[in-house]
Design a binder for this molecule. Sequence first.
Ligand SMILES: Nc1nc2c(ncn2[C@@H]2O[C@H](COP(=O)(O)OP(=O)(O)OP(=O)(O)O)[C@@H](O)[C@H]2O)c(=O)[nH]1
Ligand SMILES: [Mg+2]
Length: 289
Amino acid sequence: MAMLGVRLAMGRLFEMSAGLGRPSRTYSTSPSFAEVLRLPKRQLTKLVYPLQELEQYLVPDSRPDLHLRIFDPSLEDIARSENFFAATAANRIEYLSSAVRLSHAPEFPRPEVCFIGRSNVGKSSLIKALFSLAPEVEVRVSKKPGHTKKMNFFKVGKYFILVDMPGYGYRAPEDFVDMVEAYLKERRNLKRTFLLVDSVVGITENDKIAVEMCEEFALPYVMVLTKIDKSSKGHLLKQILQIQKFVNTKTQGCFPQLFPVSTVTYSGIHLLKCFIVNVTGNLNGSHFR
Ligand SMILES: Nc1nc2c(ncn2[C@@H]2O[C@H](COP(=O)(O)OP(=O)(O)OP(=O)(O)O)[C@@H](O)[C@H]2O)c(=O)[nH]1
Ligand SMILES: [Mg+2]
C-alpha cells in the first residue's frame, strides 16, 4: 500500500470510534517474583505462562496453530528481568517527558519500546503494571477512552525507555496521525512496537489498520492481548485461536507468539517484562546476575 494509503488509513484510525470499556480496578502492587515462585505449579503456570496453561484446553488438532514457546525463558531469566523493573537508588525508573511530535521526544540514546492500540485497550494500565515495583512512577489510567493525549516517555534505569502512546479510535487526539506515524516511522532507537488488542473484543477494523501500518513501516511488532481476566476460559481460547490465525495468515512482521496479559491478576506481566528486557538487548548482559 502506498504511503498515502497509510495516511488515509491512519486518518480512519483517528475517526472511527472504539467501544467503551467497563470501569475496573487495577492493583498498584504485583506479587513479588519470590512469592510467585512459592505458588503451586498450576497457579504459577497460569500467572507466568498463561498461554501454556490454556494449551491444555485445546483439542490436539488445533495445536499446530499456536506458537506457544518461541520465547520461552526460564524462571531464572524471568526473575533476573524483574530487577530491571525494580526501582532502587542505583536503578532509577522515572517519567522523562511528554511529546506531541517527534521533534519533542527526548534524546536519550537507549533502546526504546512503545505501546500502541485503540483508546481504552489498556496501554497505560499495562505500563503501570510493568512499573508495579516502582510505585512512585505516576502512570495515569482512566476508564474514559482517549485519556492519554501525548506520547509519554519513561526511563527504566540506564537500560531502556517505554513509551505510552495515545490510543486510536474513539476520542483520539487531533494530531494523532502526525504524531504517531512520524514516531513509528522515524524513531531510530525504537526496537519493538507492542500492539495491544482487547482479548474480549478481538481484532477490530481499527486494529487491522494499525497492523497494516506496522507492516507498511516494516516495524518489528508484537501483539499483546489485554484484559484476559474478563473472559471465560472458553471465550478467551476462542479469541486467542482467532487472533493467532490472523497473525499466522495476514501478517509478516508480527512476532508469531501472542502475549496475553491482565493488569488485574498480573497474569503474563512477568513474561512480558522478560521479553522487553530481551528485545532491548539486556537479557544476556551482565547486569543483575
Ligand atoms: N479488567 C481489566 N480491566 C483493565 C485491564 N487493563 C486495563 N483495564 C481497564 O481499562 C480501562 C482503560 O485503561 P487504560 O490503561 O487507561 O487504557 P489506554 O489504552 O491507556 O486508553 P487511552 O489512554 O484512552 O488510549 C481502565 O478502566 C482500566 O482499569 C485489565 O487487564 N483487566
Ligand atoms: Mg492511556
